[in-house]
Design a binder for this molecule. Structure first.
Ligand SMILES: NC(=O)c1ccc[n+]([C@@H]2O[C@H](COP(=O)([O-])OP(=O)(O)OC[C@H]3O[C@@H](n4cnc5c(N)ncnc54)[C@H](OP(=O)(O)O)[C@@H]3O)[C@@H](O)[C@H]2O)c1
Length: 217
């Protein structure tokens, strides 16, 4: 697939870009600064033997079927408002966890709301917003030797978009499951601060979640 990554110069975006490129997808890294995106793409191509390109954030949306948003919550509203037209007709994967540093081990969702729901409200029904990947560590993504033993839950209102994202997450080497409507992102975004607390308390290297009780499915 053709994938654009808004904020692809950052910790989470780089690992996703490398893994999807390795899996055969055509990935463009986006940045507020096109030259920074090009530099990061070149560095990753040299280090990992992949074929990434760089563009500004609007440019990485051009021609993409799926766009992933990988920026801090502080820039969420302004970035999506600016890219509203560029994103029409696409699937947007929103991995944002609304954290309020330095209190990152405490849930910070606006009551009854979530980053993904806000994204849908800003972008309108012309964009199929899907929430996913909230619990996947950037360090694990960047380490291509790392074997994931956790699951990713994927929520969104459009079943076809959810299924597409489940398939893309599997291409990263991670088990993935559909987890209902976009409103369920409230649960997924809330769980990350819990895992961050567990990481600190038990000196864990990226605690995740794994579903049990699935039987043969
Ligand atoms: N890191 C993780 O392990 C992890 C795990 C799960 C989910 N997440 C979520 O993934 C998202 C990205 O996390 P990250 O750790 O990759 O973040 P990050 O490295 O701090 O930032 C990612 C990129 O966002 C851009 N950016 C920074 N501030 C911005 C602003 N105010 N407006 C627009 N763009 C801005 C920057 O790119 P340019 O300067 O090049 O534009 C930066 O390289 C967050 O919402 C986080 O909650 C992270």
């Amino acid at each position: 697939m053709k994938i654009g990554i808004i904020g692809g110069t950052g910790r989470e975006g780089k690992g996703l870009a490398v893994r999807w490129s390795k899996a055969g997808h055509d990935v463009v890294i986006g940045s507020r600064d096109a030259s920074r995106a090009a530099e990061v793409a070149e560095e990753l191509n040299a280090e990992f033997g992949v074929s990434l390109r760089g563009a500004d954030n609007a440019g990485c949306c051009e021609g993409a079927e799926v766009v992933l948003l990988a920026i801090p919550f502080s820039g969420h509203e302004a970035t999506l408002t600016a890219l509203r037209d560029a994103l029409q007709g696409k699937i947007l994967i929103d991995i944002t966890v609304p954290l309020q540093p330095p209190k990152v081990r405490s849930v910070n969702l606006p009551e009854g709301d979530s980053a993904a729901l806000r994204a849908q409200a800003i972008l309108g029904e012309g964009v199929r917003v899907v929430g996913a990947l909230h619990h996947i560590s950037s360090d694990h993504l960047m380490n291509l030797e790392h074997q994931f033993d956790c699951d990713v839950l994927v929520c969104g209102n459009d079943p076809e978009a959810r299924a597409t994202v489940v398939s893309l997450v599997k291409d990263l080497g991670i088990r993935a499951f559909e987890a209902g409507v976009l409103k369920n992102a409230i649960a997924l975004e809330s769980l990350t601060p819990v895992l961050l607390f567990i990481n600190q308390k038990y000196k864990a290297d990226g605690a995740g979640i794994r579903l049990v009780g699935l039987g043969e499915s």
